[in-house]
Design a protein around this ligand. Structure first.
Ligand code: KG4
Ligand code: ZN
Length: 325
């Protein structure tokens, strides 16, 4: 079995995955959403302190599996430096104490493998990753063949939901709150401009839309918030659809996947499903509970890395806030 640890942002999680069957044996996650909500976003130092409390508590529950562990895996990039280090320090200690190899997992690869928890992998895939930290399209042929073909130039899709929710005083994380509010709103009421619609670039941008929403909020009263939320959600999704359409002109999708925390958004899912119908491309998704950050997806990547003997030494395993993907 492999023990995997995730602490890249505001979720402390540990999983145990069976190497042979790829089955998830144990998974526990402690989210810090309530603690960060009052601040309208993640406070890194508070997050680090909460990881330092939560991770040892979860680890205690895993002690019965220690004798069966063949490796320990941990998210090492990308994320908040002060929180990544909590997981990495714990992983190093386990590696030394149990004399087992260390596996260093990229969080974004983890999100891709959230599609295959308890399952065999199935490539090639075109993957849209929409999370709090990233918005990118990747062509994935396997563990070591991942090519990013489009990314955000500024804010990410999820982050823009968080910021709009903060402007409305709704709390954190903003995605589910905006989605709920938008359900009762008019998507056409506010005519926000689709970002980069005149640009030939296949890239994303959410900072302009965020500012347009800020102006609309300033000029409106609370009764308009549901219409602003619905119009924002519509344009934020339309931006992704427009750029994907452009990309599909040169690279037709075979199987398409959406991963990351914001892949839970039902409006986005329905819009992408509609787009893919024209290409007869199937859409695959992670189970809802594995869309947001978790350790099960890190464990699933680690199984593949263990089979290829991709290990990291105690001396070289380091954290990095930015991913090379
Ligand atoms: O993958 P994730 O848990 O963490 C990162 O790796 O960043 O994604 C969290 C992000 C947050 O920005 C959150 O607001 C967003 O995903 N999110 C959503 C929804 N649920 C979560 N965004 C839009 N609609 C949702 N239903
Ligand atoms: Zn994530």
């Amino acid at each position: 079995m492999i023990l995997s640890i995730e602490s890249s942002c505001d979720d402390s999680a540990i999983a145990i995955t069976d190497i042979k069957t790829k089955k998830l044996i144990f998974h526990k996650k402690i989210s810090q959403e309530v603690e960060h909500s009052v601040y309208g976003g993640v406070v890194p130092e508070l997050a680090a302190r909460l990881h330092a409390e939560a991770l040892p508590n979860i680890l205690e529950e895993c002690e019965i599996y220690f004798k069966d562990l063949k490796a320990v895996a941990v998210t090492s990039t990308p994320g908040l430096a002060v929180t990544l280090v909590e997981g990495v320090t714990m992983a190093k200690a386990i590696s030394v104490a149990l004399d087992i190899p260390l596996i260093s997992v990229n969080h974004l690869v983890g999100h891709i493998y959230s599609l295959f928890i308890d399952k065999e992998t199935n490539f090639p895939l075109t993957v849209l990753l929409v999370s709090g930290g990233h918005t990118q399209v990747m062509e994935v042929k396997g563990l070591e063949d991942i090519k990013t073909v489009a990314r955000s130039m500024d804010d990410s899709f999820g982050e823009s939901f968080d910021k709009v929710a903060k402007m409305m005083g709704l709390g954190y994380p903003g995605g589910p709150l905006i989605e709920k509010l938008a359900k009762h709103g008019d998507r056409k009421k506010f005519n926000f401009t689709i970002p980069l619609s005149q640009s030939p670039l296949i890239a994303f941008s959410y900072s302009g839309l965020k500012n347009a929403v800020r102006l609309a909020i300033e000029k409106s009263n609370k009764d308009d918030y549901k219409d602003i939320a619905a119009s924002f959600e519509h344009i934020a999704s339309a931006h992704l659809i427009q750029k994907l359409k452009k990309y599909f002109k040169t690279v037709k999708p075979s199987t398409f996947a959406i991963v990351g925390g914001a892949s839970a958004n039902l409006y986005l899912r329905s819009q992408i499903k509609k787009l893919l119908e024209a290409y007869k491309a199937p859409l695959i998704l992670s189970e809802l509970k594995y869309c947001s950050d978790n350790a099960a997806m890190i464990g699933r990547v680690a199984v593949e890395m263990y089979e290829k003997q991709i290990f990291e030494s105690l001396e070289t395993l380091d954290i990095s806030a930015r991913s090379k993907l």
